[in-house]
Design a protein around this ligand. Structure first.
Ligand SMILES: [Mg+2]
Length: 229
């Protein structure tokens, strides 16, 4: 029996990763004379994975990783003007328009009539709260939680703080490792709605084999699925 609906935000409610991919593509162009594009992407991903422990998830850390990659790939040859452009790219990402995924507003309004909704999103606090405000969706949510990392311990802490039984929760999101595996581990339900691009550190080879796991193609299918569970 589902009593609480928890939702991821980035690439579940609004577009996020596509903006990272566009910016990475521009970084490859800036470094065109130093390395092939696939080398730039691979080196950036390696640095991001290493830096997440220090910077956390988010655009500020991503921008620093881009600068580090540019200096290393160019062997110190990157110009101040090019570093300035990278910083401006990061600022444009932070300051950019918010674009909701199709059907999100109507679906959340419908779900909120039947369930308390909790947003559980990870990343830089200021960036996440700016996006939440721009989205205009906050009013649908009973709770909004911004966490550093999405693992079973982080979810367990949220549910126990709100006196929620994880077995009565469905978590909806676009990442198998961050949104689905932890809730299945806690005995709850996971609904995976893939986004068309996935960040390197959110990729997962296989889908979970569990009766509490479901996969949808779009969020508009969620109310009918929850009635069926
Ligand atoms: Mg997400």
């Amino acid at each position: 029996m589902i009593k609480v609906v928890a939702l991821d935000a980035d690439d579940t409610l609004w577009h996020s990763e596509s903006r990272f991919q566009d910016t990475q593509a521009r970084l490859s162009e800036i470094l065109d004379s130093h390395a092939p594009h696939d080398h730039v992407q691979a080196h950036l991903h390696e640095l991001e994975a290493r830096n997440i422990k220090l910077f956390g998830f988010g655009i500020k850390g991503f921008t620093l990783s881009m600068i580090e990659a540019a200096i290393e790939i160019s062997q110190g040859g990157i110009t101040a003007a090019e570093i300035h452009e990278i910083v401006m790219m990061g600022k444009a990402m932070l300051d950019g328009p918010m674009e909701l995924l199709d059907g999100v507003g109507d679906t959340l309004a419908a779900l909120a009539l039947d369930f308390p909704l909790i947003m559980i999103t990870k990343g830089d606090h200021m960036d996440q709260y700016n996006k939440i405000e721009k989205s205009g969706l906050a009013g649908h949510f009973k709770q909004i939680e911004v966490v550093m990392n999405k693992d079973a311990a982080a979810y367990g802490e949220i549910f126990s703080r709100h006196d929620i039984d994880p077995g009565e929760v469905v978590m909806v999101g676009n990442s198998i490792p961050s949104d689905i595996l932890p809730i299945l581990e806690l005995g709850g339900h996971g609904v995976y709605i893939p986004y068309h691009v996935t960040a390197s550190f959110e990729r997962h080879e296989t889908e979970p084999d569990s009766p509490r796991y479901r996969r949808l193609t779009r969020i508009q299918e969620l109310p009918a699925l929850l009635k069926a569970i």
